[in-house]
Ligand binder design. Sequence first.
Ligand code: ATP
Ligand code: MG
Ligand code: MG
Length: 350
Amino acid sequence: GATIGILGGGQLGRMLSVAASRLGFKTCVFEPGGDCPASHVSNYHFQAEYEDEDALRRFAAAVDVVTYEFENIPTSALDVLDSFGKPVRPGRNALRISQDRLTEKAFLSELGLATAPFAAVDDEIDLAEAIAEIGLPAILKTRRFGYDGKGQARIMTPEDADQALADMGGQPAILEGFVTFSHEVSVIGARNAAGDVACFDPGENVHEGGILRTTTVPARLSAAQRTDAVLLTGRILNKLDYVGVMGVELFVTGTGLIVNEIAPRVHNSGHWTQQGCAIDQFEQHIRAVAGWPLGDGSRYADVVMENLIGDDMARLAQIAAEPAASIHLYGKSDVKPGRKMGHVNRITRG
Ligand code: ATP
Ligand code: MG
Ligand code: MG
């Protein structure tokens, strides 16, 4: 059978490997770290840096198609893999755009989608101009490498500006106007090589300290909002000629849906699909990158997904004693504050 190469060996790579293996594929994980969650469940593990062209060449030779589980892969690594004739799905354009919050927001607004007002900030002068234009409160974010709310500083009053800029550590940043939303939702969308698009039912997300805490389906959305959420996701996927699963994070406001960010990969807020659908986001992604038809992702249950973060693991025995709690652990040996260790899916209505 074919071998699927996965760049990145975290929990998303782990769950992709399991899904691929169920479909009869072999998996080969490329991950600089040693004892990583995906390496426990994949057939092969290349432990090397993304800049190591020789390792990339050997990886390319070992796989039939390449995908990735996180968006901070250097695009140069994808170029090397491309040059060995191995298809990379989703393609490098989706990766490039979503790696930088500035190009991401520019792409979304060119598509006619609503985003928070934004401006590029490299120094004090840019920041003063951006605050004058956008107003306060606002959020300053590094353009690249941010996740789980890291690399962000809120600016409530003009006095906060200097500290916020210092928090960026000299990295290029973006100022975003603060969006007043009633709640947050996300759409997990999929598109295959034939151009078919399927979206999972939107989930409602609650964050704590910048980290996703729970996702609940169904989300509180009107029929019209639900349609808008799915249609805008389809437009993003089509525009990028996308192949694979994507997460689209949205703010729900009185004046419509505002796109916060897109993730060119399976997404934490889609983990509920493991217990809520016949075909979950991981199988859907593998189907898409392998050139298969998409599966049926209709939601057949109400589900609450709870992340197990850091010390939440102290409650594991208690959760394990709940007969209907479906537990997914990532095999990470050391518990650290803020580290995602696993998640639980609870069906609240079957
Ligand atoms: P992720 O882990 O989802 O990749 P991230 O570090 O990329 O997160 P964002 O999604 O941009 O960060 O922001 C994290 C959270 O902060 C959002 O889910 C939202 O709750 C809040 N937030 C971010 N940007 C804004 C904004 N412009 N207005 C209001 N709230 C915001
Ligand atoms: Mg993000
Ligand atoms: Mg986010």
